[in-house]
Design a protein around this ligand. Structure first.
Ligand code: PLP
Length: 407
């Protein structure tokens, strides 16, 4: 009792927020975007295009809304969209999926990944993740109760040590997450690497969860190899992708999950309770997107290859050392020649004094020290935007001399 009020003494203050959220850090990408707006910079941090999506998608979306496709779609995805995805997957990869039992349409691949992990992981199960990794995978592991086991992708070619991979698997391993083509490194996993991963999955009865959102952005004559095409893997692979990157519509929030029926059933249940369904009219437009002819994907990759060919040498000329990406639309760079003690300091300085935003490398590692001299740029930008960034980067060395004392 408190002496004067007669009321019970208040108990010790208790956090009003769940412990699981305490491990999440505010996204540095968001901070960079905010600073970029503040300093009127060129944003090469957050990976989304600044150019329009194909006309066919806009027309199909408008037409769907005009037709009053405004209510919930079937929770696991509009039939037209699932059918179109199955047809495209057959056409491009020769893989056969049943649209009724093996396809789930989610709110972006982001929801596809968390729904999958919630559907297959019991708290305490181990999930192997290659690092550097796309920054959502960390919180995904926390939310699903997974214990992440990291396997390092090693510079300069981002290959992994087969012995380290073998050590990561054990009888607690529930799944491995493979992102190819890869964010942030631009690595495209080779057939041999995927075959090795597949052998471990089979040996340890683990599920392979592949994030193939950049499947159509592969350069230098390389080919994207979907894990599900490897012998014995379709029945233990969850393939996640979506419309965001391939069709330049990151704000539409339409993702796809292909998985065998037992896994799809569990993923669909989680998805139903998380979001009920992805936007109905945009799934209709998505069906039009998935039906574009093959030439579209060739043009997409050629356009991105041209952007890469412009930005990467320009970064080198500005004093960065670069790791040539072979897929996706990112380039990791080494900033050690600039003499800054850490990547976050450098990224903040760069946006403030040079006017270009990029992402500190430490945000892609479980041990931030591993990324302290790394910075990631993206090139999903109009040529004019990239030119504006390159022009600003031209002043970088001079500005370091004048406005970066005590770095
Ligand atoms: C590897 C990777 N997966 C998933 C996403 C998110 O995709 P979506 O827009 O489909 O949620 C991104 C976005 O940057 C990404 O880089």
């Amino acid at each position: 009792m408190t002496p004067d009020s007669g009321l019970p003494a208040p108990s010790a203050p208790r956090a009003r927020t769940a412990l699981r959220t305490h491990g999440f850090t505010e996204s540095v990408i968001r901070e960079m975007t905010r600073l970029c707006a503040l300093h009127d910079g060129v944003n090469l941090a957050q990976g989304f295009p600044d150019f329009p999506c194909p006309r066919e998608l806009k027309d199909a979306a408008i037409e769907a809304i005009e037709r009053d496709v405004n209510q919930y779609a079937i929770t696991w995805g509009a039939k037209r969209f699932r059918d179109a995805l199955v047809a495209k997957t057959r056409r491009i990869y020769g893989l056969e999926y049943d649209p009724e039992t093996e396809v789930t349409v989610t709110c972006g691949s982001t929801e596809g990944m968390i729904a999958t992990l919630l559907a297959i992981v019991n708290p305490g199960d181990e999930v192997i993740v290659f690092e550097p990794f796309y920054e959502n995978y960390g919180p995904d592991a926390i939310l699903s109760g997974a214990v992440p086991r990291f396997v390092r992708l090693r510079e300069p070619d981002w290959s992994f040590d087969p012995a380290e991979l073998a050590r990561a698997f054990n009888d607690k391993t529930r799944a491995i997450v493979v992102n190819t083509p890869n964010n942030p490194t631009g690595k495209v996993f080779s057939r041999d690497e995927l075959t090795l991963i597949a052998a471990h999955c089979q040996k340890w009865n683990a599920v392979c969860v592949t994030d193939e959102i950049y499947e159509h952005m592969v350069y230098d004559g390389l080919a994207h190899v979907p894990m599900a095409t490897l012998p014995g893997m379709k029945e233990r692979t969850v393939t996640i992708s979506g419309l965001s990157k391939t069709y330049s519509v990151t704000g539409w929030r339409v993702g796809t999950v292909l998985a065998p029926p037992d896994l799809s059933l569990a993923i669909r249940k989680v998805h139903d309770f998380l979001t009920v369904g992805a936007p109905a009219p945009l799934q209709e437009a998505g069906a039009a997107a998935l039906s574009l002819d093959e030439a579209y994907y060739g043009r997409l990759a050629a356009d991105y290859a041209a952007r890469r060919a412009y930005l990467v040498p320009a970064l080198e000329a500005a004093g960065f050392r670069t790791f040539q990406p072979h897929g996706a639309y990112y380039v990791m760079t080494d900033i050690s020649d600039f003499g800054f003690s850490d990547d976050v300091k450098f990224a903040r300085w760069l946006v403030e004094h040079v006017g270009v935003a990029a992402v500190p490398g430490s945000s892609f590692y479980s041990d931030p020290a591993a990324g302290r001299q790394r910075l990631r740029f993206h090139f999903a930008r109009l040529r004019a935007t990239l030119e504006a960034a390159v022009e600003r980067l031209g002043s970088l060395r001079a500005r370091i001399a004048t406005s970066a004392p005590g770095r």
